[in-house]
Design a protein around this ligand. Sequence first.
Ligand code: NAI
Length: 462
Amino acid sequence: MAQYDVIVIGSGPGGYVCAIRCAQLGLKTACVEGRETLGGTCLNVGCIPSKALLHASHQLHEAEHNFAKMGLKGKSPSVDWKQMLTYKQETIDTNTKGIEFLFKKNKIDWIKGWASIPGAGKVKVGDETFDAKNIIIATGSEPSSLPGVEVDEKTVVTSTGALELPKIPKKMVVIGAGVIGLELGSVYSRLGAEVTVIEFLDAITPGMDGEVQKSFQRILKKQGMDFVMGAAVQKTETAKGKAKVTYKLRKDDSEHEIEADTVLVATGRKPYAEGLGLDSLGIEMTQRGQIKVGRDWQTNVKGIYAIGDVIEGPMLAHKAEDEGMAVAEQVAGKHGHVNYGVIPGVIYTHPEVANVGATEEMLKEEGRAYKVGKFMFMGNGRAKANFAADGFVKILADKETDRILGCHIIGPAAGDLIHEVCVAMEFGASAEDLALTCHAHPTYSEAVREAALACGDGPIHS
Ligand code: NAI
């Protein structure tokens, strides 16, 4: 029977990063994965394939809307959907094979199959049982279901089916104006589908800064997406490859119907830990079905840890990765740490939306004195040249100390720009620190500096 220092269950961004760090720290490591390829939801049916489609559909948008303005004439490209799916698959393949290579390089054994934990220190895969001093559960999450809505992954799909549609739908209904709904909804909208988003709340992207929510929805509307807000979906019915969605408006309880070729259900995800045998191990769970862990990511059973979507916190690949590295360090006797106060969130639409730290709403609720520095991309030369001047950077800083408390960006490359603010926050920087840092011209990042200047004596270009 093989004996390991660590067996990681699940090879998503949490699991594979954890396995690599464990091996780098000299621990004999294996990773159990039942899928045909490594990388979990993110690489196979999530972040990576969706970004390929976002990129392709954005290029089409540029060709249709901006090429002629720049003097690039000629017929606009048409969509070869089959080839676009091939490009998406190739993107997945190079990434999943990359992880296989990293496993080999770091001498990590990939145990193929689905794991269960018959007892502390033991992992069973098929008929084989392996000994492991430490077990790290990184089994991720799955789409949560909605009563009355039956997913068949053909007409009524989750994000998984939405990445594999046989053709581009004429009409698409998206249930839920969260991250998945807006990213994939905007892909199909750009590819020519008529997209209607039905959202239970009165604002899109729950939890995000209110000003960003409003601006983001306005931009998406301008791009052609339609929104039904304050509406609870009751049921979907399918017949002959079409679907009918019934929803109730919360303001007057009136019932409405809408038809679609494809319905994307994007109403959240839930932790996935099926088949592991957590019940018989007596592992404590939260009320929301997450595995309960302590500050060292250890469950109530010694030697069994959990990270990523299966525990509390935002369901984000990079949060799982950070936990993966930190728990590896803990297991190796070092001091792994994750700063949960500085975890960026990004929505990969065009424009992108990114945030880190507190929102204005959170600060108001805390009764904290703060100041706002805001700068519109309209005042940024590079953004104007690139037809990307929609949006703004908003920095929130402590009124007295000037320490940065949060940043919210809607605009070009927001998902990259946010990281200079993350680094600043890690170092406890003030808005003035950012404002005094020389930023190259002409770059989008000047908008971040201008927002920092707006926390003090004011920006230059507005
Ligand atoms: P979400 O939690 O972001 O949004 C779900 C939305 O559905 C909410 O606005 C909610 O109010 C709405 N909703 C719920 N029930 C409804 C009903 N009956 N009728 C109408 N609307 C309803 O969930 P989403 O988009 O499915 O994403 C799941 C997880 O995956 C999230 O935690 C997200 O952060 C993560 N994710 C992150 C990505 C990124 O960082 N770029 C990309 C994709 C997913």
